[in-house]
Design a protein around this ligand. Sequence first.
Ligand code: NAD
Ligand code: ZN
Length: 350
Amino acid sequence: RVEAGRPYSVHIGTDVFGLFNSEYKELLDSADRIVVIADEKVASLHLGHLLPYLKSYKVDVFNVPSGEQAKSIETFMDCHSFLLAAGCSRKTLILAFGGGATGDLAGFVASTFMRGIPYIQVPTTILAHDSAVGGKTAINHALGKNMIGTFYQPEAVLYDIQLLKTLPDHEWRSGMAEVIKHAFISNEQWLDELLAVESFQAMSDPELMGHLEKGIAVKAAIVEEDEFENGMRKFLNFGHTLAHALEAHLGYGNITHGEAVVLGMAYALHLSSNDRLNPFLEWGYHHGYPFEKVVEISFGELLPYMKKDKKASKGDLNFVMLRQIAQPQMEKIEEQAAANSYEELRLKIG
Ligand code: NAD
Ligand code: ZN
């Protein structure tokens, strides 16, 4: 259960859609219609699993482009056009069916349609254990990712881990990056368990569920303390200063968010002289994270993006440092020290 803003429950398991017909029956019954805003790829793979649970309701499905492309002003307007043309009202319920991108878009649509209608998140990626908690919604502006958005809580999150089985390898890597990030900033024993995972895809359902539940709990605890991002919530950006710069430099879509975060965490561990860097690099190589990007890209190419980071103040370089596991701290780092550390990491990796 997430208590920030309006409290809501996150249900995770292998058979959670039954809740549409039990715990959430009253909510569904009170809606004049249900609109599923679906990632088109997820729709083609998994709508057949979702729709039977909604068969006693008036349901429309609106497909949006898969992944990040969904977070455009055009798709946002297309959603509103669809809702208006279909005669939706303030009593319409939206279901967001897809990964973090669809969730961010559909949440933003729900928060703005007729000044706000209810929505339920039905996440389908590992990374969505992160994005579905915290109430942030957003679309992208040409001048910056996630620049247009709201804080808006869903009614509930129904997370069926069976749907994760169709994720491609790089999306497993992307999602597990945020899971291990949550371990780094909160729990050393859990970190050790994750570092020992041989294959993401071969994890048993209970093992995967355990990791996702822990990740959700860490995110929820931090968000509850700091709903509007004045303090603790910054720690969730461990690894993200460099990650955002890598994503911007390479172009969104050319590296997944989580893969960039793993590179960023390696850098933050190096900056922090943390002795977990070596085991973490081994873990990363083993699972196929693209460390070669750090070798290919110079510090100078990334610096302008790091200075523009929305968490940066006055052009300083701010990093979430981790001198000890589970003890994140915000620190300002001199440009020269940051450059030296980056070069050392490059040599180590290359
Ligand atoms: P995504 O939604 O872009 O999905 C990634 C890819 O996986 C897409 O191609 C999608 O079609 C495909 N896919 C989704 N589910 C699938 C399934 N079950 N089987 C096969 N393919 C599937 O990516 P994501 O990593 O879930 O989310 C990234 C987005 O989340 C970014 O836009 C990021 O800004 C946002 N985000 C938001 C928050 C937040 O707090 N709101 C936090 C972290 C990230
Ligand atoms: Zn992230």
